[in-house]
Write a protein that binds this ligand. Structure first.
Ligand SMILES: O=C(O)CCC(=O)C(=O)O
Length: 280
């Protein structure tokens, strides 16, 4: 296994990041949020990270805490979900009206073992076609702690988003993502990756917002996890990511024949009945 030590050169422009994503299936961006942002998110998460609810299976991690439905619990996580650089990349990588599939905190405690290798975008029966394909989603993992060689840093298999069929990687194909707190690794939904073992004495906290194509079912049932009242407190962009949007053609995602934004704002008039109206 080798390591990828994040360097600030990787923040050098959207085109460079897109080209790394295309080539390797992932890219690391450092210095994307401040220590104050991290402190705020940590404080909001604190009530849910009391080592009382560890993972229920080996995938979640028996020594790992996972907090789901984050937008109903830790509102500052929105700044990661709609981070401008991430959205700029997603706008280039996914079809319009893409959705937030999942957004969870993962706190990997000492003693955790490595996760199984997996991809994020072929769950729930999505066609895992043979042969290289475009990803059905893009994932991000934000480091709220430094990701070190021993505390459970994410491991990726560069280039595996182009593999013809899933297989176990050999040790020399694996790269450990080492990055300081405030960094984010962005990767193709069909890149093989896993959470690493935590052999250190400290925990590793991360937030992972994952996005999917608009025709796919979200991993978390976002519009049930985040009520219209709560969703109304977020930006229009976060609302659309949650599912307060429709996909044309077909008005996919409507509620009782109306745009779902009517549940938040009864006067909403965003449906594209005419070309001169704003995009839905
Ligand atoms: O915690 C990590 O580094 C990766 C977790 C992950 O890939 C997952 O749970 O899907």
């Amino acid at each position: 296994m080798s390591t990828h030590n994040a360097s600030s050169s990787e923040t050098g422009g959207i085109e460079a990041i897109l080209s790394a994503l295309n080539r390797d299936g992932y890219a690391i961006l450092t210095d994307q949020i401040t220590t104050e942002d991290i402190a705020r998110i940590r404080a909001e998460l604190a009530p849910y990270l009391k080592k009382q609810k560890m993972g229920r299976n080996d995938f979640e991690g028996f020594s790992t805490e996972r907090v789901y439905a984050l937008l109903a619990k830790a509102p500052s996580v929105a700044l990661l979900i709609e981070h401008p650089t991430i959205l700029e990349l997603l706008d280039r990588l996914l079809p319009r009206n893409y959705l937030l599939s999942s957004a969870l905190a993962i706190n990997v405690h000492p003693g955790e073992t490595p996760q199984a290798w997996h991809t994020d975008d072929a769950a729930g029966g999505a066609p895992n076609t043979v042969g290289p394909r475009s990803p059905y989603g893009i994932s991000t993992i934000w480091a709220l702690d430094d990701f070190t060689a021993t505390n459970g840093a994410t491991e990726v298999v560069p280039g595996s988003h182009r593999w013809a069929a899933p297989r176990e990687p050999s040790a020399d194909e694996v790269v450990q993502v080492l990055m300081p707190a405030g960094s984010v690794v962005i990767f193709a939904g069909n890149l093989r990756h896993r959470g690493g073992a935590n052999t250190s004495t400290t925990s590793r906290l991360a937030i992972t917002p994952q996005y999917c194509v608009p025709w796919m079912r979200q991993l978390e049932n976002m519009t049930l996890a985040v009520s219209p009242t709560l969703a109304g407190r977020y930006s229009p962009r976060v609302q659309a990511l949650l599912g307060y949007s429709v996909v044309d053609p077909g008005f996919m995602g409507h509620v009782d024949g109306l745009h779902p934004k009517r549940l938040i704002d009864p006067g909403y008039r965003g449906r594209k009945y005419r070309d001169d109206l704003p995009p839905s």
